[in-house]
Structures are given as C-alpha cells and as structure tokens.
Design a binder for this molecule. Sequence first.
Ligand SMILES: [Zn+2]
Length: 472
Amino acid sequence: MQLYNTLTRQVDTIEPLNAPAVTVYTCGPTVYDYAHIGHWFNYVRMDTLVRVLKLSGYQPQWVMNITDVGHLVSDADEGEDKLEKGAKREGKTAWEVADFYTQDFLHGMELLHISAPDHIVKATDHIAEQIELIQKLETKGYTYVISDGVYYDTSQFEGYAAFARLDLDGMQAGARVEYNREKRNPTDFALWKFSPPPDEGGKTRDMEWDSPWGKGFPGWHIECSAMSMKYLGETLDIHAGGIDHIPVHHTNEIAQSEAATGKRFANYWLHSNHVMVDGEKISKSLGNGIRLQEIIDKGISPEAVRLHVLESNYRSQSKFSMDSLQAAQNRLTNLRAMAVHRWQPNDGDATTPLGFLQANRDAIHVALQNDLDTPEALAVLSRLERGLDIRGINNTSQEAFIGLLEWLDAAFGLGLADVPDTSDEQKQLIAERQAARDTQDWAKSDQLRDELDAQGVLVRDTDSGPIWSWKK
Ligand SMILES: [Zn+2]
C-alpha cells in the first residue's frame, strides 16, 4: 500500500514497524463549536485511510484526540483559548462547552459511519502526561519561562524548519510587531500557559491545573505528542491531519516529540487538503461552514455526504456545493439500486459473471491502495453498477454478490449491504403488476406501478422480468 508522505514529499510504500499492526494517530476536533463540512471531509478521509489499511491485511491501532483545552484563537499561540471563548459566547463553563460539542462530534462520527477509533482521548484527561513531557523537555534544555508561560525554544531543535520547509529567516524578518516579544524566536510556542490574573469577581479560567511552573493549562501542541506516545509508542507509523497543520501544529509536535525521545516521531505523514465551499475557503466571516445537521435537514443522507467526500482525492483541494452534494445523493441512489439485486436473483442464465465482480473488486482495491485514489475507485464502482444493471445476478452469483457488497461497505462505508428488501405486500404488488402486464391489462398495471411508486419502490421491466429499486 502506498501513501503520499509529507515527510519525504513522495509516494512511499507503507512499511509498518510491527506489521501487521499499524499505529495511526490523527488530530481530532477542537470542541468549542459545531464541526462543519470541511472538518467532516477530513474525518471521512482519515476513516478511509484506516478502512483501506484493514482491507489490505493490516491491523490499525487508531488514536484520535479531542482538543478540549489550550487551542488558542490563533494557531500561532496568540489570543484567547477557544474553549473559554466558546464558554463566554454561550454563557456556559468551558467544561460544559467541551462536553456538548464532544457529544455532537461523536454523534456526527456515527451518522457518517466513521469507524470508532481504538482510543478517543481528551487533552483534559491527560494533563499529567503533558506535564511529564514538558519536564522531560525542560531537563534537556529545550524550554524557557516568560511572563505568560513555559515556551519551547525552537532554535534548540535542529531541523525545526525541515518538515514544513519553513523560511525561518524570512519569518524572523517578517514577524509582526504584535508577536510576543518575550519569545526568543517567532516560532517558539507555549508548552504551558499560566492562568491570567483573576478578574474583579476573582475568576480566572474554568480550566486550570497545578504544575511545577504554576497554575495554568497546557498549550495545544503538547497534547498530541503526549497522548500519541502514551497509546502508540514513541515512533508512530502514520500521523495524519489537515494540511493547515503542517507549518505549525505538526512541526511543533515533531519538535517536542523528537527532542524528548531522540527518535523519529512518525514515519509517514498524511495530510488532507482544504475544502472550498462554493469556490471560497470556509471561514467564520463568510458563514459557509455548513453543519452536518443542516445537510441532513435538507433531505441529504449521511452516506451521500461520505460519497461526495470520496469523489475527490484527499490531496486535492475539494469543491463542495449543495448541487454537487445532490449529485452525490443521486449517485448513491444508483448504487443502492445496484445493491438490491441481492434480493432479486433471476433464476435464468442472465447473470453478471463472477469474474466481472472479482475484477472490479480487485480494481477498486488497487486504486485505494494507490495513495487512497478514491475517485478512481468510485469510477470502477460505477462501471460495476452499470454492468450489473444490464445483467443482474442469478442464484449462482447471489452469494458472491452479497460478499462483494459487504467488502464495498468495508471500503467505503456506504451501507450498501444494509439496503433492505421490499415487504411481502410490496412483493405481492410487483407480482400482481406483472400478471396484469402478462394479460395486457395496462390500466391495472399502471395503477399498481403508481401504488408502488407512492411507497418508494420503482419497477422497471427487463428481459429477465421486473426489477425493483428504492427511489432513494
Ligand atoms: Zn495534533
């Protein structure tokens, strides 16, 4: 299996340290607001990575974090903690905000059939591990303390600029006046931030902990290093996340982890590209960060959202619009129409050859193993669907076809094997309609077809008899 590796800037063959086990760490959400469609693209892609690893014989051990403290408004460690900001906005505590949006996120994961990671870990549940890692860095001389916290001295880490190919001199020269002048280098980042002085009501923050350096809270980056090492060891096979994490968050994760352990932090880095909504980047000011629930409320199924994500390559900038999502919904309807062949094998010779099923399954697998080429995999799936539409299946190929549907679900998570059969009453109506056609009673056959249509069942006539499918 091959993946484009941000570390080497080339497509590399995956060679896990302890195959068939593969350790996978993916950066999860900051739970201060609802996840939007851009986030969901990212998580469906991470899920696809894990699914393809499984289909390729590996045993992925997947850890995803929940950032519920310390992610400041600017990724470059300036401004307010997003959680505390969310708390003010909603008149709740930061703990309540974190809990609410964590639950909402987990619900979205379920709706989108995103596989459950082996561990979903919260930053606030791992304060001790983060403090321990900061102490390790302190002992090795990578930290310094200024008025608002403990910082990582990036100039001490040789190769800090390498991963993101940063131009440090340019950054130094171009550093904006507002940046914290107590920092030794513009790229230095907080490992531990001190709680601000209490306000008039004596309140500081909702979330704060004691530490060897004083009361405060961990910086955003340290959680991923501390938690990935706790659950998956000092060197990960695959670390994945959004492309915007490359220059700051992932660069800082590498600096912390490798300084602490002296070992390479991750062998493969996979990054999911941005999603453009109606041609624009998703931003708060444009208000174009559409939520999953808004999409579902428009009658689009979560499976169609998944399908739409898979229609673009994770490395390319993807386009999202409600029109393209509706097109994905229609494509899903066609795939569901393919899936219901399992309920209606013909007993004649007309059938899709088993070789055709196997060849398409193999071609899909090859595409997915080739750096998760989901657009190519879906193109093959469409060929499979059209081929089945012509020949259908018979009693001999039925079992193989059901096995194929289950395999496709393992790859794509589209629930094709779960598409239900018609009820006994609907089967009866289909049979009666056919009998009416046989006696050329067109009025009755039309009336029965309308009745079925009203129940969401479409019937079309083929050489091997009527074939039904669900309207959606
Ligand atoms: Zn992270």
